[in-house]
Design a protein around this ligand. Structure first.
Ligand code: GLC
Length: 561
């Protein structure tokens, strides 16, 4: 379904045409005024974790005041970072300037303001499909790059613009979607004759499979916190509009129903993996993002009449969700061995095999893949069904949100290190492991020709995931893993034209339908570089362990390796 909002830019005033209600206009003007508020100069305060990380990182640490946010820069300026001495033995890598240039070329303007970045800037050979749109999830690494470079305005505009899109009435066929749903993507239509610009948003109504993105709302909340944390500007998150936006997103996922699990039940294709891939049920990607968004919202919601109730519900849900995930989604050698020996058909409270997982359903590959040291959160847990596949995004977000305990975080990194060839190969990072083949591919994907084995969502390698891997490495005190991964990316990414994804067991081949100059491949690289150079950036997208649970993270043996 396509939603439209129209307006005409005349002397800076917007005449809004019938599709946009008066309420929307008022909102827009109110929010636009917010954009012009004097900016606050912020003093960066390093949290405990950030401080200890900076201290730990030894020669990685740069003087923090070099990174006081250069608030007020324009996104069209040269990157602040190019003026700095990058932490590179031979000076800044030439790919950095190229990446910034490409990132800036992807910027989308609406009413002369930058509001996001389009998914890919080169659509030469293939049809455009929807790659000329601003995807909410794709914009996250772009936003982080701009924030890290002291350019928060585009992020603020994006947050406000998507908030307005949220307020549209959303219908697919005759069915009305929940009020809080945020779009998967939007684009600006220019009509030179009428001197007008039109916004078109996709809430899933145009997407393949017609699935609404569950991840968009979570990313929006996570990004609002990143913006707040990076700029110190609390005023945006405190606006009634942002508070309401958060509450609307939360009411979608905190509502009571028939659920017996605290995890969030989803349709296939409702997140980064937006095609049928057997990720329906309780996919790890959504559960990790849900956990992180709840924690971010908790930090930003005002305890006023309306917020109070949500705060209470969040606290309870976090407790249950954390327990459920850490207990039932966690898999290591010991746990695998326990499942292998499970009895079935157990009834009542004393059941050990609570979900009645049949040991025969454990796939063969996992027995060799599971190292004696290491572990991960499996792809999915539901009645009699465990999806043993490893998914990169969910596991990295589990580390960043502290859904993973410190021990589990270390184990996830141990697994990545121990299974480097399988998970990283020649291009970081596999979106999922292993690929589905043959009969399984036919039945699970519905014979999807884009998702053949070791391609695209089915075991393909996605450079965008580099930023998540790097953040997880820094958080667990293992930057050398990130450095190794970045080296791999640097040997090919620019030469290959910044593809969307790579194919093959080792990720050696440019994806058969990969876009070139894919924005999040570009932004992901920049974010990874900037975080490694200044680990204090990590605070934007990382949450410390919940209070009362704090333990010391042991320095890993491979820290200095
Ligand atoms: C593909 C990806 C999705 C991404 C979009 C735009 O549909 O599966 O995750 O957001 O492309 O890059």
């Amino acid at each position: 379904m396509i939603e439209e909002m129209e307006g005409t830019d005349e002397e800076g005033l917007w005449r809004v045409e019938p599709l946009c209600s008066v309420a929307e206009l008022d909102d827009f003007e109110h929010l636009s005024r917010l954009l012009d508020r004097p900016r606050i100069k912020i003093e960066r305060k390093l949290s405990f974790d950030e401080r200890s990380l900076s201290e730990l990182s030894g020669n990685l640490r740069l003087v923090d005041d070099m990174y006081s946010p250069a608030v007020g820069r324009s996104v069209l300026d040269t990157p602040a970072s190019s003026a700095r001495d990058w932490f590179e033995p031979h000076g800044p890598h030439p790919m950095i300037a190229e990446a910034w240039d490409a990132l800036r070329r992807s910027i989308v303007l609406f009413r002369r303001q930058p509001v996001g970045t389009m998914a890919a800037i080169e659509h030469a050979s293939e049809e455009v499909l929807n790659y000329d749109q601003v995807f909410v999830r794709d914009f996250v690494p772009s936003a982080l790059a701009f924030l890290m470079n002291g350019e928060p305005d585009i992020v603020k505009n994006f947050l406000l613009k998507t908030l307005l899109l949220q307020s549209w009435e959303k219908k697919i066929d005759r069915f009305k979607l929940g009020e809080g749903v945020l779009p998967a993507s939007f684009k600006v239509n220019h009509d030179p004759a009428r001197k007008s610009e039109t916004l078109i948003a996709d809430f899933g109504g145009s997407a393949i499979g017609r699935v609404a993105p569950v991840d968009s709302g979570f990313w929006w909340i996570i990004l609002l916190r990143a913006y707040t944390k990076s700029t110190g500007d609390l005023s945006l998150a405190e606006t009634p509009e942002c508070q309401r936006g958060m509450r609307l997103i939360l009411s979608l996922c905190l509502s009571e129903g028939f659920d017996t699990f605290p995890t969030l039940l989803c349709a296939d294709g409702c997140s980064m993996i937006d095609r049928r891939m057997g990720v329906y049920g309780y996919p790890i990607e959504i559960q990790s993002l849900f956990f992180m968004a709840l924690r971010c919202a908790l930090a930003m919601l005002k305890p006023d009449a309306e917020g109070e109730e949500f705060i209470e519900r969040i606290v309870q849900r976090l407790r249950a969700l954390g327990y459920h995930m850490r207990s039932y989604f966690w898999l290591d050698f010991q746990q695998l061995n326990d499942i292998y020996c499970y009895k079935t058909e157990e009834y009542s409270h004393t059941a050990v095999n609570k979900f009645n997982v049949i040991p025969d359903s454990i796939p063969d590959w996992i027995f060799d893949f599971m190292p004696s040291r290491g572990g991960y959160f499996v792809g999915n847990v539901s009645p009699a069904r465990m999806d043993f596949r490893w998914f990169a995004l969910g596991n990295c977000i589990a580390i960043l949100s502290s859904l993973a305990t410190p021990e589990q975080s270390v184990a996830i990194m141990d697994l990545i290190e121990g299974r480097w060839e399988e998970l990283v190969g020649e291009m970081p990072l596999k979106i999922a492991y292993p690929a589905l083949e043959g009969h399984e591919w036919r039945s699970v994907t519905g014979c999807d020709p884009k998702n053949t084995r070791w391609s695209y969502h089915n075991g393909g390698s996605w450079p965008v995931l580099l930023w998540l891997l790097t953040a997880a490495c820094i958080k667990t005190g293992r930057p050398q893993i990130a450095r190794k991964a970045i080296d791999l990316a640097e040997s090919r990414l620019s030469k290959d034209g910044w593809p969307e994804y790579y194919d093959g067991k080792l990720g050696r081949y440019i994806g058969k339908q990969a876009r070139k100059y894919q924005t999040w491949s570009i932004a992901g690289y920049l974010v990874a570089k900037m975080m490694l150079e200044d680990p204090s950036h990590l605070g934007m997208i990382s949450l410390e362990e919940e209070k009362g649970k704090k333990r010391v993270i042991k320095r890993s043996a491979s820290w200095t390796a």
